[in-house]
Ligand binder design. Structure first.
Ligand code: NAD
Length: 470
């Protein structure tokens, strides 16, 4: 792309019309800043970047993964009214290990195996520095769909040095913890008395578990006690210390228990006796009828979250969960399930969609100039989202507000996060707006000029439910 300049009012339409973004390849080492300079808009405030290694549950799609940054940034605008001109999708192309894609005659990316190690890290480092040089240190960088082995270490490396977060780890965590906080308003078992078994110990599960630890500590437990409430299972069984089958490394280590090894999920659940099971291992049908029935026998209202995507990978369907537990399960999933009627009661399964969280977080970060997006920001997001679930929603089995209210939800989340950020000294935009709703109204992008209603003033009066069970 060549460098060209545009009139101000053309820039939004160009960002939308391009339907593309920037591709940076491993061969661009040493020139990343020059490539960023080719983007025709100067005031970029948010980048979503992927290297295409772990796209949804589909695996390594290489440069075909560009749809993810474009889609996520479209949701920034659609859900939270972030100006399209402020958004830049970026694909970092270091090759793909997917042979069929490399051999695809119309493949748009590099036809080589993934570059890893030092050269990969150099490219990411140069990219982060180049973003700051080109767009400023308050430009938000959202990492999306990186492989497990890079996602955690890049987050650790950059989280306090740049304005950045990883949606697969932190966004997922916030939406799932919000669902759990809403669930306990149905089960009436305080958070500190729940026991969780995670099927899967990857980006999603570890992210959720770590944020859950924070929430449990806030509810009155020590850190050690909080860890004792969380059991993790990976492809080699229950994660225990000195596991003969091995594989307890990296982020999993701190969750390893002093417990005898157990291989099968059914045995793990009948022995650990959890109040909640959370599936994020992309193993379809992992929550068997037996497991669901056992959960129903051990708990009055078992919490069952089948988070794996797409629908074909879900641990169980909504219908299976409600039927096996005689309509007593609190169920949420990663992909949407239709409502289920069981014995004359209709349940609306919750969809733990990350879109409840990341657009609102992004709007708050951009609008209030939050530079360090701490874990507490994600816990505050989870609490805010869970407080938008009304008694009426809970009565329908919902643990999230209806998805069609996403714009209202995102704007309210942004408002509450902005207030939180100013209270905590995390916001760098001064002076602090006197009226955050009015301030947001001035910054959000509104496409519907004719029937424009100030979105931030007509929020439903979501009742802040009693927090005594949290
Ligand atoms: P990941 O590759 O980082 O982790 C997968 C984990 O599953 C690994 O720990 C692996 O050991 C484990 N695993 C594999 N086979 C297993 C088996 N037979 N038994 C137990 N564990 C097994 O992937 P991820 O990013 O954690 O995503 C996992 C799933 O969660 C995907 O389907 C993804 O779409 C879904 N997800 C949902 C949401 C959401 O609902 N909002 C968000 C993020 C991810």
């Amino acid at each position: 792309m060549t460098n060209f300049s545009l009139a101000e009012d053309e820039k939004n339409s160009v960002s939308l019309a391009l339907h593309g973004g920037l591709y940076i390849t491993i061969h661009d080492l040493g020139h990343v800043y020059d490539i960023l300079c080719n983007w025709p808009v100067d005031d970029v405030k948010a980048i979503v970047v992927t290297d295409g290694e772990r796209i949804l549950g589909l695996g390594d799609l290489g440069a075909y993964g560009m749809g993810i940054p474009i889609g996520k940034l479209s949701l920034y605008t659609a859900c939270a009214g972030v100006q399209p001109r402020h958004c830049l999708p970026i694909m970092i192309d270091v090759g793909t290990n997917n042979e069929s894609i490399r051999n695809d005659p119309v493949y748009i990316g590099l036809r080589q195996k993934r570059v890893q190690g030092e050269q990969y890290d150099q490219l990411i480092e140069e990219f982060m520095r180049a973003v700051v040089k080109r767009f400023g240190k308050n430009c938000l960088i959202q990492f999306e769909d990186f492989g497990n082995h890079n996602a955690f270490r890049l987050l650790e490396r950059y989280r306090h040095k740049y304005c950045t977060f990883n949606d697969d780890i932190q966004g997922t965590a916030a939406v799932a913890v919000a669902g759990i906080l809403a669930s306990i308003k149905i089960t009436h078992i305080p958070l500190k008395d729940n026991v969780f078994v995670f099927q899967g110990a990857g980006e999603a599960s570890i992210g959720i578990a770590k944020l859950l630890i924070k929430a449990i500590i806030k509810s009155g437990r020590s850190e050690k006690e909080a860890y004792n409430q969380i059991y993790m299972v990976d492809s080699r069984g229950l994660i225990v210390k000195n596991r003969p089958k091995g594989g307890v490394t990296g982020e999993k280590v701190e969750f390893a228990k002093d417990h005898k090894p157990i291989d099968s999920l059914e045995d793990i659940i009948s022995q650990i006796k959890p109040t909640a099971i959370i599936g994020a291992a992309a193993v379809p049908g992992a929550f068997t009828e037996n497991i669901l029935k056992t959960m129903g026998q051990m708990n009055k209202t078992p919490i069952i979250f089948a988070l794996s995507n797409p629908t074909s990978k879900a641990e169980c369907t909504a219908e299976q969960a409600y039927t096996a537990t005689e309509g007593r399960a609190v169920f949420a999933s990663g992909s949407p399930f239709k409502e289920v009627t069981y014995k004359n009661k209709t349940f609306h399964p919750g969809q733990g969609n990350n879109a409840y969280i990341f657009p609102g977080v992004a709007l708050a970060v951009i609008a209030a100039d939050i530079r360090d997006i701490t874990e507490d920001v994600f816990l505050a997001s989870a609490e805010s989202l869970s407080n938008m679930v009304t008694q009426e929603h809970l009565d329908q089995g919902r643990v999230y507000p209806p998805l069609q209210d996403i714009r209202t939800v995102s704007l309210r989340l942004a408002k509450e996060l902005i207030e939180y950020a100013y209270d905590q000294g995390l916001a760098h935009r001064y002076p602090r707006p006197k009226d955050v709703s009015k301030f947001l109204q001035e910054v959000v992008y509104e496409t519907d000029y004719d029937s424009y209603v100030p979105a931030v003033y007509d929020w439903p009066d979501y009742t802040s439910l009693s927090k005594d069970v949290q």
